[in-house]
Design a protein around this ligand. Sequence first.
Ligand SMILES: C[S@@+](CC[C@H](N)C(=O)[O-])C[C@H]1O[C@@H](n2cnc3c(N)ncnc32)[C@H](O)[C@@H]1O
Length: 273
Amino acid sequence: MSLFKFANQFNRITRVMKNTNTITRSVSNLIYDKKPTEIVTPQGYEVPKYMKDIYDIWYINPKRVKLLDRQIVVQSILFGYFGTLCKMLINEVTPGSNLLQLGSTYGKLTPLVAQHLGPHGEYHVEDILPIQVASCNRKMSQYPVKGGCILHNAAEDPGDQENMFDYVTSYMLFHEIPDDYKVNTMNRMLKACKPGGKVIFIEYHLPYKWSPLRPWMKFIWRWLEPLAFGILDKELYELGDPLLHKQFKWRKELKCNGLYQKLVGEKMFETKI
Ligand SMILES: C[S@@+](CC[C@H](N)C(=O)[O-])C[C@H]1O[C@@H](n2cnc3c(N)ncnc32)[C@H](O)[C@@H]1O
C-alpha cells in the first residue's frame, strides 16, 4: 500500500471512530441516539390510532415512505416553499447549541439543521413511528452533530427536561396531532426551553381572507388533514398554559398568502405577572 493510500485509510478510520464516540447523547432520562438506522419496533409498541386512521399512507407504509421521503415531494406539498421555511427555522438557531425537535421530517430539513448545528451542537429528535426514527437516524448519521432520533411521543413529557434546551422546535407537527396532544406538546415545549432560548414553530396558518388558497386549503384539510382545524382559530401558543406562555415574548411571520407561519417565543429571564 502506498504511503498516500495508508494516510487516507488512517484518516477515514479515525473519522469513523470519532463519530461513533459522539453519536449517543443522554438528555434527562431519554437517550437520543443515532442508532438504530434500521427499523426497530419494541415489544408491545402500538401505532397510535390517529396515525393509523389518517397517516398510514404518508408515514407508516414502508413503500410509501421510500417514495415520499424525497425533496421533490416535500417541495411540491409545500408549494415550493421548502427553502423559505427551512431558512426561517435555521436563521433562528446558533451553531453549536442544543436543539430538541419534536417529529422528524421528510426531505432535507434534518440534514440541513444537522449541518448548521455542527460538530459542537446537539440535535435531539423524537418521532412516534419506528420507521421514521430509522430514516431520521440514517440522515443524521452523515453528520458529526451529537444526538439522534428516538421513538417517543412528543406529547409525553419525560418530566426532567425543564429549562434544558437552547431551542425547542416543531416543523409542521401540530396540524397532524389530536387536540389533547397539541396541548401537552405545547406545554412540554414551553417548559423544556431555557430562559434566553427560543421555541420555534413552523406550521400551517389560515390564509388571508382574500386568498384563493383559503377555500382550497379548507377543502384539503377537511379531506386529508382533519386535525389541522384545532390550530386555525387561535395563536398556536394559546394551546399552552397561560402561566407558561406568558414567560415568552412572541413574534410571528407569515408566508405564501398567510398559509405558513413561523411563530417564535423567546423565553424571558424574568416573568412580569
Ligand atoms: C413533524 S411532521 C412533518 C410533516 C412534513 N410533511 C414533513 O415531513 O416535512 C411528521 C412527523 O411527525 C411524526 N409524529 C406524528 N405524531 C407524533 C407524535 N405524537 N410524537 C412524535 N412524532 C409524531 C410522524 O411520525 C412524522 O414522521
